[in-house]
Design a protein around this ligand. Sequence first.
Ligand SMILES: C[S@@+](CC[C@H](N)C(=O)[O-])C[C@H]1O[C@@H](n2cnc3c(N)ncnc32)[C@H](O)[C@@H]1O
Length: 230
Amino acid sequence: MPTSPAAPSAPVPAPAAPHSIIATNWDDHFATIGRRRNLVEAIRIRQVFAAYRRLLAGVALPASPRVLELGAGTGHASLRLVEAFGGHATLVERNRSARGLSRRLWSARGLLDRVEHVAGDLLDFDRGATFDLVHSGGVVEHFHGPDQARVVAAHARAVAPGGLLAILVPVDTVRYRAFRATLRAVGKWIYTDEVPWPVDLAPRLFAPHGFAPVAETTCGHERGYLLRRR
Ligand SMILES: C[S@@+](CC[C@H](N)C(=O)[O-])C[C@H]1O[C@@H](n2cnc3c(N)ncnc32)[C@H](O)[C@@H]1O
């Protein structure tokens, strides 16, 4: 349920013009994850599902929810959701290594028949408002300029009327800056196009699409938002 808002720090500069932002090389990210146990990733996986549990506590989901994850990476978050709530997940991801890692993960848990991997750009994904729960984590903060409105629209249009949207996004806090500075100091900051959002931005951007806030929580240096489509 709602937690106290994260303390704002000095504003991060607005995203630079899109042409001056260097795109994150997701192959580097997944090469690290695929090669060996990654402590930062292992901690984040635990934090993400704990955050989802807090967000979804007391919220009724359909018996067999249709789950959509945009920018699904290794698919760990949707896997845990399907294990906990049943249903079926559609994972949209354009990185081939990530999809491979995800297939291995779902296969190892014997749940390959409960997932569909969609290769492609999440900005173009549109199967209508057919999902009970749409979610993403660590994704929206990588889209800037006109693509910010497109990434919001891609999430919003997928949610069935009355359905739920959960997003995790880094927010501009002292904790976020410390996390980023630490990874930079040890040469592990590779997320070149990541720009944390102001704490109130997610509810503001989704409100015009008919979404009302249900719950908020913290997730490490990220903030989690649960919104419901009217
Ligand atoms: C930080 S990772 C997050 C992965 C996963 N949600 C998690 O929490 O572990 C961001 C993911 O978004 C994917 N991604 C970024 N832009 C994308 C796009 N336009 N279309 C599809 N996937 C995209 C990246 O390949 C990467 O897997």
